[in-house]
Design a protein around this ligand. Structure first.
Ligand code: M6R
Length: 612
C-alpha cells in the first residue's frame, strides 16, 4: 500500500522517480507526488490527484530539475485523496520533505503536541507528524533528526526524507513496510520493491526492520535505529526482466497475466517432479530437518483474499491425499486469536506479495509460539519469504495487475506439489504419487485448451454485464473457486455485487435471492459431488434463475439446465480448480471492460496490503 521512490546520483532524479512511480502504481493510485532538490538548493514539489499520468502531465508544465529527490504514489488511509493529502509532505518552512508508506498509530497524540508547540499542519494525514517531528529535532544533521523523530512514533513506516538544509543525502528508514536500495554506478535508487529498479540495476539491498540508511551519490551507510551501530549488508541480485513489468502486446496486465497461465504452471513445477518415482522435490523444504517435516501432524494455512482461497483448495488436497489435518485461517483473524499451536504444528503463510501485513503478523505470532513456519510466496526476498523457516517460491513472475490471477493458479499448483511431497513421506502410494504428478504435468496444455474459450467468454460477458448481482456456487474442491469467482467479479467489475457459496449452503439462505435477475455460476466439473450440484441447479432453475455452468468437456446433459456452458477439459478432481478458475477470471475481466472499469487498478484497491 503506497509506493515510495527516491533517487540520488548523476542523472535527472525525476526520470527515475516517474518511471518508478509507474511501476509502483499498483501499490496505490489515488494521488501522487514528487519532490526534487534543484541546483540552487531549493526543493520543488509537484502533486496531483488521480493516476500517475495526471502527475506526469503536470510535470511537463513544471520541469523539476535536480539530481536527488523522492516520490510517492498513495493509497489513502488518513484523509481523502487530494493534493493537500498527497505526499511528499513538508515541514512548516518547506525545508524537509518526506514520502511515507505505513501508518503512524499514535499520530493523534503527536499531532496535538506538535500543534501546541506551534507547528502548522497542512494535511489530514498521519504522515505529516513525522515531518514536523523531524523539523523539531533538526540541528543541521538530517539522519540524527530522523533517528530522534522515529523514537516517538508507533506503527509502521518505510520513509524517504530529504532536506535543503542538509542536502546531498536521502535518509530512509523501515519498520514493517518494505524498502529497498538499488545500487547503480554513482547513483542510488530507493523503492518499495525491486520492480521499480528493473532496467536501472539488478543489485538490491533489502532493508530490514529497525534499519536507517544514509544515501549519498557516493555511497550508502546503514545503521540501527535503536543504537546507531553500523550494519553491514550484502546486496542480492534480482532476477527480473523488463518484459515482466510491461504489457507485452495486451491492453491490460490482467489479461496478459491470465493468458500466462500455462507458462506459470510450467515455471511452478519446473525441476520439481520426479515422474518415475511419483515424487516431488522442493529445494526450499529439503533444507529442513526431514524428521521435523515428517513429524508435522497439523498444518494451519494463513492467508488473505485470493491467497486464502488457494489455501482452502490446499486444505482439501492435503487432507485427502497426504492425510494431514489442515485449517485455513485469515491473517486478519489469526493474529488476534489465541491459536493452539505446538511443536508439531506447521503454520504456512500463502502470499503473492510476501508483504501482506495481516499474514506477516500472524506468521510472526506463530513463530513466537514455537510453530514451524513455512511459506508459499511469489515475490523473492519479500518479508514473508525471509521470516519463514522454509518455503516454496511460486516462480509465477511479476504480477502487476491488482487482482491476483496467475499467482492464484500457481499457488494451487504448489499445493498440489506439496500434497505429493508430504503425502509420499506418509501414506501415499507410488501409484498415486505417479498418477498425481503425471496429471500435474498435463495442466499447462489443459489450461491452453481452457483459454480457447476466450471468445465465447467475451460474448457471455457482454450478455451478462447488465446484471447487478451474481451468485457463484461450487462444492468440495470447487467451493473455493466459487468464492474466488465472486471476489474477482466484485473486484474487477466493481459495479456488480457477487457472492460465492458452497453449493450445499444455498438452501440455508442465498436461495431467497434467486429470480430471473440473479444469474448463478455453477462450477460443476464431473467429480465426486456432481450429482449434489445437479440438485442445486434444479433448485435454481425451479426459481427461474439463470445458470452459467463451468462443466467438463463432453457433458451434454448439462445443457438441459444451464443457459450457458463453458467447458474445461477432464483432469483429476483435486486439480479441477486450477482449470475452472480461469474462465471465471476471464469473465470478470471482460465484464469489467464492458462496464468501463479500470481492470488493472480497480477503484479503492491496492495490490500489497501492507497496513492492517
Ligand atoms: O499478496 P497477497 O497474496 O498476500 O495478497 C492477498 C490479498 O490481498 C489478495 O489476494 C487480494 O485479495 C487480491 N486483490 C485478490 O485479487
Amino acid at each position: 500500500m503506497c509506493g515510495i521512490a527516491g533517487y540520488i546520483g548523476k542523472n535527472e532524479a525525476s526520470e527515475f522517480l516517474m518511471d518508478a512511480l509507474k511501476r509502483l502504481e499498483y501499490r496505490g493510485y489515488d494521488s501522487a507526488g514528487v519532490a526534487v532538490l534543484d541546483k540552487n538548493g531549493e526543493i520543488n514539489c509537484v502533486k496531483s490527484v488521480g493516476k500517475i499520468n495526471a502527475l506526469e502531465k503536470k510535470l511537463k508544465e513544471k520541469n523539476l530539475s535536480g539530481r536527488s529527490g523522492i516520490a510517492h504514489t498513495r493509497w489513502a488511509t488518513h484523509g481523502h485523496p487530494s493534493e493537500k493529502n498527497a505526499h511528499p509532505h513538508c515541514d512548516c518552512e518547506g525545508d524537509i520533505y518526506i514520502a511515507h508508506n505505513g501508518i503512524i498509530e499514535n499520530y493523534k497524540a503527536l499531532k496535538s503536541k506538535l500543534i501546541q508547540a506551534g507547528h502548522k499542519f497542512k494535511s489530514e494525514t498521519d504522515t505529516e507528524v513525522i515531518t514536523h517531528l523531524i523539523e523539531s529535532h533538526f540541528q543541521g544533521n538530517l539522519e540524527q533528526a530522523v533517528l530522534n523523530a522515529l523514537k516517538h512514533t508507533e506503527g509502521a513506516y518505510a520513509i524517504a526524507v530529504i532536506s535543503k538544509n542538509d542536502p546531498g543525502k536521502i535518509i530512509i528508514a523501515k519498520k514493517s513496510s518494505p524498502l529497498i536500495i538499488g545500487i547503480g554506478e554513482n547513483e542510488y535508487f530507493i523503492a518499495s520493491d525491486p520492480s521499480a529498479t528493473v532496467g536501472y540495476t539488478d543489485k538490491v539491498i533489502y532493508l530490514d526492520d529497525g534499519e536507517l540508511g544514509i544515501i549519498t551519490k557516493d555511497g550508502y551507510k546503514i545503521i540501527s535505529i535503536i543504537d546507531s551501530n553500523e550494519i553491514h549488508k550484502d546486496h542480492c541480485k534480482v532476477d527480473l526482466d523488463v518484459s515482466e513489468v510491461q504489457k507485452g502486446g495486451y491492453d491490460h496486465f490482467l489479461l496478459k497475466e491470465i493468458f500466462e497461465g500455462p507458462e506459470v504452471v510450467k515455471n511452478s513445477i519446473r525441476g520439481r517432479i520426479i515422474p518415475d518415482e511419483g515424487l516431488v522435490k522442493l529445494g526450499g523444504l529439503d533444507v529442513l530437518d526431514q524428521k521435523k517435516l515428517r513429524n508435522i501432524n497439523r498444518i494451519i494455512i494463513i492467508a488473505c483474499g485470493t491467497a486464502s482461497y488457494a489455501g482452502l483448495v490446499g486444505e482439501y488436497m492435503l487432507e485427502e491425499y497426504a492425510g494431514i489435518p489442515v485449517e485455513v485461517e485469515l491473517g486478519s483473524e489469526f493474529r488476534y486469536r489465541k491459536p493452539i499451536i505446538d511443536e508439531r504444528t506447521a503454520v504456512m503463510a500463502v502470499s503473492q506479495s510476501g508483504e501482506t501485513a495481516d499474514t506477516l503478523a500472524s506468521l510472526l505470532e506463530a513463530k513466537r509460539k514455537g510453530a514451524l513456519t513455512l511459506g508459499i510466496v511469489n515475490v523473492v526476498g519479500s518479508a514473508i519469504a525471509r521470516e519463514t523457516d522454509a518455503g516454496v517460491y511460486n516462480h509465477a513472475g511479476s504480477e502487476i495487475s491488482v487482482a491476483s490471477t496467475k499467482a492464484f493458479i500457481s499457488q494451487m499448483t504448489v499445493f498440489a506439489l506439496l500434497t505429493v511431497y508430504f503425502g509420499r513421506t506418509r501414506n501415499m502410494s507410488l501409484t498415486m504419487g505417479k498418477r498425481i504428478t503425471e496429471e500435474i504435468q498435463k495442466i499447462p496444455s489443459l489450461i491452453e485448451k481452457v483459454l480457447e474459450s476466450d471468445g465465447q467468454i467475451k460474448i457471455l460477458a457482454k450478455k451478462y454485464s447488465g446484471y447487478k448481482n451474481f451468485l457463484f456456487l461450487g462444492r468440495k474442491y470447487n467451493y473455493p473457486i466459487a468464492k474466488e469467482g465472486a471476489l474477482k467479479l466484485k473486484e474487477i467489475a466493481y459495479y456488480i455485487h457477487a457472492e460465492g457459496y458452497a453449493g450445499g449452503e444455498m438452501k440455508h439462505g442465498p436461495i431467497a435471492m434467486i429470480d430471473e435477475n440473479f444469474p448463478c455460476f455453477f462450477i460443476v466439473p464431473n467429480d465426486s459431488v456432481y450429482e449434489k450440484m445437479w440438485s442445486n441447479m434444479e433448485e435454481v432453475k425451479a426459481r427461474n434463475g439463470k445458470i452459467i455452468a463451468i462443466a467438463t468437456e463432453g457433458n451434454e446433459d448439462i445443457k438441459d439446465l444451464a443457459d450457458d456452458v463453458i467447458y474445461v477439459p477432464k483432469t483429476l478432481e483435486m486439480l479441477t480448480p486450477i482449470l475452472t478458475a480461469i474462465p471465471l477470471h476471464l469473465f470478470a475481466a471482460y465484464v469489467g471492460i464492458e462496464l468501463g472499469c479500470d481492470i488493472d487498478q480497480p477503484r479503492n484497491l491496492a495490490k500489497s496490503v501492507t497496513v492492517e
